[in-house]
Design a protein around this ligand. Structure first.
Ligand SMILES: [Zn+2]
Length: 262
């Protein structure tokens, strides 16, 4: 058991699994990212098991200011309803914001409509727009190439700037859209698979080389990536790029103050 509310300026990885097989078998957890940024707590991409992963670490959903969904795929949104309900203490507290692409609310919505009455509000993510939550702000600089509407985020806190590059095919303009001292990259594939809209290790290397952050964290691993031991890949990428590359582990907590050291 880890301590209660996450310390200030930390990112807790409630899962590092991506793609269907890893998530369906829970080879790796899939609970998303829990941020505490200048005491504003935000949950990103609550995939299946988020409620279990967060409560077992004593993270309190009713302290969340917002939940951000990068896109509607199940491995990112599976627990969105229970987490939104938990953020509002089962609907007893009218609070919290949801940030989501429009298509997660349309057609076959992944968010139950009754939750809208519990929340303070819903904001629709759009390319190039900026948003603020509590003490921080973020932008969704560019729409990703992925089968559904998908955005990554560039966060700005008092002291730090960092990017979360959610699911996408690699494309020109991806690197130029993001930046900061830290880049978190969803690297599903070990090798490029040109027919599927996900990033691979060579794509991650290109992103790290172009952005040159102080640190990069790889996460959201598919089966071959996991079998190849992501920490070994991270070590190799560190040597090849000169950037500190870390492979996320389930439950890992990254303290943003580490970025001040170099
Ligand atoms: Zn996806």
């Amino acid at each position: 058991m880890e301590d209660k509310n996450p310390p200030r300026n930390t990112i807790t990885f409630l899962g590092t699994g991506g793609a269907r097989i890893v998530v369906a078998n829970q080879i790796l957890a899939s609970g998303g990212l829990w941020l505490n940024l200048d005491d504003t707590e935000i949950l990103i991409d609550p995939g299946p098991g988020c409620i279990v992963q967060s409560t077992k670490r004593k993270l309190k959903a009713d302290r969340l200011s917002a939940i951000i969904l990068s896109h509607r795929h199940l491995d990112h949104s599976g627990d969105i309803n229970i987490m939104a309900e938990a953020m509002t203490q089962g609907g007893f507290k009218h609070r919290g914001w949801l940030f989501t692409p429009a298509d997660a609310l349309e057609g076959e919505p992944v968010i139950f409509s009754y939750l809208k009455n519990y929340l303070e509000g819903i904001e629709i993510l759009q390319e190039g727009k900026s948003y603020s939550i509590g003490n921080i702000s973020f932008t969704t600089p560019i729409r990703h190439i992925h089968p559904v509407e998908t955005y990554g985020m560039l966060f700005r806190t008092h002291e730090h700037t960092f990017s979360y590059i959610a699911d996408s095919r690699y494309f020109d303009g991806l690197c130029a859209s993001y930046g900061g001292e830290l880049v978190i990259i969803n690297v599903v594939f070990l090798e490029p698979r040109p027919t599927i809209d996900h990033l691979s290790v060579p794509d991650a290397k290109r992103i790290i080389t172009e952005i040159k952050p102080k640190a990069a964290i790889l996460t959201h691993f598919g089966t071959p990536m996991w079998q190849a031991k992501p920490w070994k890949i991270a070590q190799r990428l560190s040597q090849e790029t000169g950037v500190r590359v870390i492979s996320a582990r389930d439950g890992m907590r990254f303290d943003l103050s580490q970025l001040n050291e170099s």
